[in-house]
Design a protein around this ligand. Structure first.
Ligand code: ZN
Ligand code: ZN
Length: 136
């Protein structure tokens, strides 16, 4: 698992009772993550503007749109027009855990994002959401 995906899971684990571990060899994880072309196996093709999509529990599928240029750090030279894997990861993992979109513009779960942006840190609104779903 790439470190930015590990970090995206950690964001949610840090503020909830949830614990995440990589599935063992040959095991299917509760959450599966991959990059896919526009048309892929779920009957839900990506629109041109879609960065990714994910399904609510207990589906666990998180699909990145392979047609975008992706980056591990959009602040790096030459990466400004690419999409931050970690920011999208935190948002979409939120969906796999059961969170819907937030109306709070600063929240990771707010449904707007653009290439070059970095939005990795959970806000109080995100934390309130996950704590409501998974109380300590
Ligand atoms: Zn899909
Ligand atoms: Zn979303």
């Amino acid at each position: 698992m790439t470190p930015v995906i590990t970090a995206a899971f950690k964001s949610w684990a840090d503020v909830s009772p949830l614990k995440f571990a990589k599935a063992g060899k040959g095991m299917k994880g509760d959450i599966t993550i991959g990059f896919f072309p526009r048309y892929h196996d779920d009957g839900n093709p990506f629109g041109a503007q879609d960065f990714a999509h994910a399904y609510l529990p207990e589906d666990g599928r998180l699909h990145y749109n392979a047609n975008w240029g992706w980056t591990f750090d959009p602040t790096k030279k030459g990466e400004k027009r690419k999409v931050d894997v970690q920011s999208i990861g935190v948002h979409e993992i939120g969906h796999t855990l059961g969170l819907d979109h937030s109306a709070d513009k600063s929240a990771v779960m707010y449904p707007y994002f653009a290439p070059g942006m970095k939005k990795r840190d959970l806000t109080d609104d995100d934390k309130k959401g996950i704590k409501a779903l998974y109380p300590e």
